[in-house]
Design a protein around this ligand. Structure first.
Ligand code: PMP
Length: 305
């Protein structure tokens, strides 16, 4: 197991993997009251560098707000801890998982005086949906589970508990032989993947379902929008995308820290466009990988050295 070696940063200390433990009566375990991030460090031409660390930190602190989770560490402390962790673990390329959750004080729903436990782990992680998927695309199915709306659970926060929705969708899809799910929202409009935002290409222009109702403000999504615009494409942040638009799109792709830029080959066994990676997806994916290989633009990277 890639993850069971080395060190984890836990509440200010670097502890051995086996000692990074919390109490079974932790509030966050019972009620999912935690916030987390998924971040990548790339082995760039300018040395190891964390991709858009500042934006991930912003989202981590902001995610805590609705739950009154106040992370008891400053940005500099979490940054230094992460840089030192990568250095100690000798990781040039890694997936980084910061998490903060209510620990144990009592188990009423109101977290009251529960302390906030904060941890950071890092481990090597390749292409989330597989190397091959980056070339030929993934097969997705429309989930029978709907993505919750932002008046049910804040969808602009990355909270641990609500990921049961993503787990259900991914389990169903993979059980049925697909690579990944695609969720509609409560209104039946297209939302996102269990851990990915969605993009559509139609008539040479790019569309992505907006953030208002049900989608996470993905940092890769923001990057893809910027990359596509810099390549000269028009990007539409659509209020709604209907299910039907998926099947008639010229190309579809996912974006996410784990999934990076992954083409979607089929939706419910229906080929999208050529049924493989489309040319505009390819161009955006190439530019994305060029950025994380070169470690430029500098404002998107926190370099280790
Ligand atoms: N949507 C969901 C539900 C996610 O879990 C993720 C992964 N964090 C994303 C979208 C993509 O966000 P990002 O690009 O910031 O990783």
């Amino acid at each position: 197991d890639d993850m069971d070696v080395g060190t984890i940063w836990l509440d200010g200390e670097f502890v051995d993997w086996a000692d990074a433990q919390v109490h079974v009566l932790s509030h966050g375990l019972h009620y999912g009251t935690g916030v987390f991030e998924g971040v990548r460090c790339y082995d760039t031409d300018r040395g190891p560098a964390i991709f858009r660390w500042g934006d991930h930190l912003d989202r981590l602190y902001a995610s805590g707000a609705p739950y009154e989770i106040e992370i008891p560490y400053e940005r500099e402390e979490l940054t230094d801890a992460t840089l030192e962790l990568l250095d100690r673990e000798d990781l040039d390329s890694a997936y980084i998982r910061p998490i903060a959750f209510y620990g144990y004080d009592m188990l009423g729903l109101n977290p009251g005086d529960c302390p906030v436990t904060t941890a950071i782990a890092a481990w090597p992680w390749g292409a989330y949906l597989g190397e091959e998927a980056l070339e030929v695309g993934v097969d997705v199915s429309i989930s029978s589970w709907r993505k919750y709306k932002s008046d049910q659970i804040p969808t602009n926060a990355k909270t641990t508990g609500p990921y049961v929705n993503s787990v259900l969708a991914n389990l169903e899809a993979t059980r049925d032989g697909y690579d990944e799910a695609l969720l509609l929202n409560a209104d039946g409009q297209v939302a996102e993947g269990p851990g990915e935002n969605l993009f559509l290409v139609r008539d040479g222009e790019i569309h992505t379902p907006g953030l208002a109702e049900s989608n996470l403000d993905g940092i890769t999504r923001r990057s893809v929008i910027e990359v596509a615009e810099n390549l000269g494409y028009t990007v539409h942040d659509d209020a709604t995308v209907s299910r039907g638009e998926l099947y008639t799109a010229d190309e579809l792709f996912f974006s996410g820290t784990a999934a990076e830029v992954t083409p979607i080959a089929t939706v419910d066994d229906t080929p999208i466009g050529s049924g493989s990676k489309g040319p505009i997806t390819d161009e955006i994916q190439q530019r994305f990988f060029e950025i994380v290989e070169t470690g430029e633009p500098a404002e998107w990277f926190t370099y280790l050295e």
